[in-house]
Write a protein that binds this ligand. Structure first.
Ligand code: NCD
Length: 350
């Protein structure tokens, strides 16, 4: 039973398949669902900027007949007066029926789920995870390719800080027989933790340039270099604009290649590519609306709550998280939960 969506892997494959079926039905019969969440309130807590994720959740709730409260940035709310995450979440739990949260600290959504009496959806926690973008990506792959196995998938750009990449790789670990091509500079390569499970049923090839593998690919997933997560401007300057997908590079690509991007884009996909039939990133963002509608319906169907903190999967080994970006570094009073190997909040190796 799904209570929160902190990580895509909170879902079983069966629950995920059911969500996709529901999303496909909403796509073909939207009027059937126009009162499905009537009287329900979504709290959209966006401590960090967002366009697609925020607007698509807001639109999803409105299209389901519900209402939305929330904030963007912390200027106008009591966080600017020093309010803790716990207190904000406790208050919001009293007003709304479901919370969507985005925050710069890693593990915030999990921490919020410990305090919340209503379902919590992770809309991006620092450089860690972004499960509803993954739902969007997988739903788009299903719709546009008809399958999530037997694909040659290129992932290009910032594989170190890109939370959409991390979530996507964790989710794709549930599938097998895909060939992955990781295209990045050595400095921005994907953390080992996110490929551990993936390696079991799939192949991985590391590429330095797009030209090395473009002709093999069925999907290329381009990503933005995550400027806001770099320690210095100099380091960002060295990494930006290394990978640019343009018409010339696409000449060698398959005619049924699918080009995806979670957006926003900087210069990693030249605008001349937008008119190419293989460019599907705007369609991908549109599809995110339907999968988020399906998610809201499913989460609001459950009325009984459990505390994740007391689940047997989380054991306290008394080791503290070393990651400075972990929520445990800023939110006092959080239980120290880990499995002895990784921090339960941000999944950094202990
Ligand atoms: C992504 C994010 O916020 O992580 N955007 C999104 O939600 N679609 C990608 C990014 O910011 O680069």
């Amino acid at each position: 039973m799904l209570y929160n969506l902190v990580d895509f892997n909170d879902l079983t494959i069966t629950e995920w398949e059911e969500l996709c079926e529901l999303a496909f039905d909403i796509l073909s019969n939207p009027e059937k669902y126009s009162e499905k969440c009537k009287g329900k309130i979504l709290a959209a807590l966006f401590y960090e900027p967002s366009t697609r994720t925020k607007f698509s959740f807001q639109t999803a709730m409105i299209k389901l007949g519900g209402s939305v409260i929330g904030f963007s940035g912390t200027e106008e709310i009591s966080v600017s007066k020093g309010e803790s995450l716990k207190d904000t979440i406790k208050i919001v739990s009293n007003y709304a029926d479901v919370t969507v949260i985005r925050h710069e600290k890693e593990g915030v959504a999990f921490a919020a789920s410990l305090y919340s009496d209503i379902p919590v959806i992770n809309a991006g926690d620092g450089g860690h995870l972004h499960p509803t973008q993954t739902m969007t990506d997988l739903f788009a792959i299903k719709k546009l390719k008809g399958r999530v196995t037997n694909l040659n998938i290129g992932i290009c750009g910032d594989l170190l800080y890109g939370r959409t990449v991390h979530s996507l790789l964790k989710a794709l670990s549930l599938y097998s027989e895909n060939n992955f091509y990781f295209i990045s500079t050595p400095e921005l390569s994907v953390p080992e933790y996110f490929t551990h499970e993936l390696k079991k049923g799939n192949t991985i090839k590391i590429c330095n340039i797009i030209e090395e593998c473009i002709e093999n690919l069925d999907i290329i997933y381009m990503t933005r270099i995550q400027k806001e997560r770099f320690a210095s401007d100099e380091e960002y300057e060295r990494q930006k604009s290394v990978y640019i997908l343009d018409k010339e590079k696409l000449e060698k690509a398959k005619s049924d290649l699918t080009i995806l991007h979670p957006l926003p884009r900087n210069d990693e996909i030249a605008t001349e590519v937008d008119d190419d039939a293989r460019a599907q990133y705007f369609k991908q963002a549109e599809l995110g609306l339907y999968i988020r509608m399906a998610l809201l319906i499913k989460l609001l169907e459950n009325t009984s709550r459990i505390s994740v903190a007391t689940s047997p999967a989380t054991v306290n080994s008394n080791k503290k998280c070393k990651n400075d970006k972990c929520v445990t570094k800023v939110e006092t009073g959080l239980p120290n939960i880990n499995n002895g190997i990784v921090c339960s909040y941000c999944e950094t190796l202990l």
